[in-house]
Structures are given as structure tokens and as C-alpha cells.
Design a protein around this ligand. Structure first.
Ligand code: FMN
Length: 219
């Protein structure tokens, strides 16, 4: 019987069938972040803006993030605690106000996004620190980042707490996309106008998403 074309006779590939196991319940527990952060890639980046009760704007990136469903439109991102029981400012503000904006990150704002990961004291804005500007949101109080290509206005649906992490689940109420990114008639996203980046290996590796391809889905 002839082998299908995806089975290689090359010994290099046959070696790849061996796997190395990492025990995240035992000896490799401490390495979960490095292993999972390096393997579950690329991840989109939620660049989250929130406000505290005094209206001061906070911004921070989170790559433990994705859209989780569309009916209703739901997303989730996961801020870890700063220390055992001290939440990050983003989580603290969402607990206080129940609202946030997820700005998406393209190549043009990559460096500014990175600057907003600085750990500033509570109440000091990463927006000023990174030389960014904000624009008013339509239905939530926290503003969006004006330089970001797309912003998702969200209301907290629920927050799950597990260990030192929490999963903030938000209902997406509005999408704000810069003109030219989505064709309003076809809803098609313009690949030339939208160049999101992804997070690869922590702490500092990213990828561009210019190399795209189509694949027909089976019936
Ligand atoms: C690209 C990128 C992705 C990040 N993803 C996460 C994440 O998913 N969860 C997390 O807790 N911290 C993440 N961080 C670190 C936070 O952005 C950082 O702790 C930040 O200071 C939190 O800000 P805040 O206290 O204002 O909320 C990430 C940093 C970068 C640069």
C-alpha cells in the first residue's frame, strides 16, 4: 500500500513521534507559565482600558485572552494577581465599575502597548506614560485608545477566580473599527488595513500576521 503524502520517510520526522511529558501537577508545576506561554501561541492581545471610581484611566495588555462566543458576543481575559491577594489595577477597576474596553493591537501600536505593561502605582495612567490619547466610548465609561485599530466596548458578565488568577468575562456591546478595516457592506476585514500582532514566547517575543492563507472547509 502506498503511504499518503503527509507520512514522511525522513528519519528526522519519524523521531518527532516521540513526545516529552511535562507534569504540571508535579515536578513541572513551576514551569507552567513558560511552557504554556511558549506553546499556546500565537495569542491575540487584549489592550484593556478601565477607569477607577475617580475616573482615572488605566491601560494594560493581556495575552491570556480570546473571544469566547458570539451569541451573546463574549470575550475573556485573565489578569493574574500582583501578589497573593492583590489584584492588578485592571481587575480592581473592573470589580469597582463593571466596565472596560478591549483595544486590539496592530504593528503600529506594538511599542506603545509594551510601554503600558509598566507597573505604575495605582491611579497613575499608562496612557500618558506611553504618549497615547484616548477617545470617548459610545456606551461604557472607560475610553478607548484612539491609536488602536479596533476597540471592543464591554460590560463585565462575570469574573471567575482561581488561585492567583481570574478570568474576566465580558459581554461585547460595541465594536469600534477604524475606517477602512471592515467593509460595512460585506463585513469583510481588509487584510492590508488590519495587521494585528500576536504574542509568542514570554516575555518579549511577538509575531506579525502578514503571512495568511485560505483553506477550504470540508462539507
Ligand atoms: C504582551 C503582554 C501580555 C501580557 N499578558 C498578561 C496576561 O495575560 N495576564 C497578566 O496577568 N499579565 C499580563 N501581562 C502583564 C501585565 O500587562 C502587567 O502586569 C501590567 O502592569 C498590569 O497592569 P495593571 O496593574 O495596570 O492592570 C502582559 C504583558 C504584556 C507585555
Amino acid at each position: 500500500m502506498t503511504q499518503p503524502c503527509w507520512v514522511s520517510a525522513d528519519p528526522f520526522f519519524s523521531k518527532m513521534t516521540k513526545s516529552i511529558e511535562f507534569d504540571l501537577e508535579g515536578k513541572d508545576r513551576e514551569h507552567a507559565y513558560r511552557l504554556l506561554g511558549g506553546l499556546v501561541t500565537p495569542r491575540p492581545i487584549a489592550w484593556v482600558t478601565t477607569q477607577d471610581r475617580e475616573g482615572r484611566v488605566n491601560a494594560a495588555p493581556f495575552s491570556f485572552f480570546n473571544v469566547l462566543g458570539t451569541c451573546p458576543p463574549i470575550l475573556g481575559f485573565a489578569p493574574g494577581n500582583k501578589s497573593a491577594d492583590l489584584p492588578k489595577d485592571t481587575a480592581r477597576n473592573i470589580r469597582a465599575t463593571g466596565e472596560f474596553v478591549v483595544n486590539l493591537v496592530d504593528e503600529a501600536v506594538a511599542e506603545a502597548m509594551n510601554l503600558t505593561a509598566a507597573e505604575l502605582e495605582y491611579g497613575r495612567s499608562e496612557i500618558d506614560h506611553a504618549g497615547l490619547t484616548v477617545a470617548e466610548s459610545a456606551v461604557v465609561a472607560p475610553p478607548r485608545i484612539a491609536e488602536a485599530p479596533v476597540a471592543l466596548e464591554c460590560r463585565e458578565w462575570s469574573t471567575l477566580e482561581f488561585g492567583r488568577n481570574r478570568l474576566v468575562i465580558g459581554r461585547i456591546l460595541r465594536i469600534q473599527a477604524r475606517e477602512g478595516i471592515v467593509d460595512p457592506a460585506t463585513l469583510r476585514v481588509n487584510d492590508e488595513a488590519y495587521l494585528p500582532i500576536g504574542r509568542m514566547r514570554a516575555p518579549a517575543q511577538y509575531c506579525r500576521t502578514r503571512d495568511r492563507f485560505d483553506m477550504e472547509r470540508p462539507d
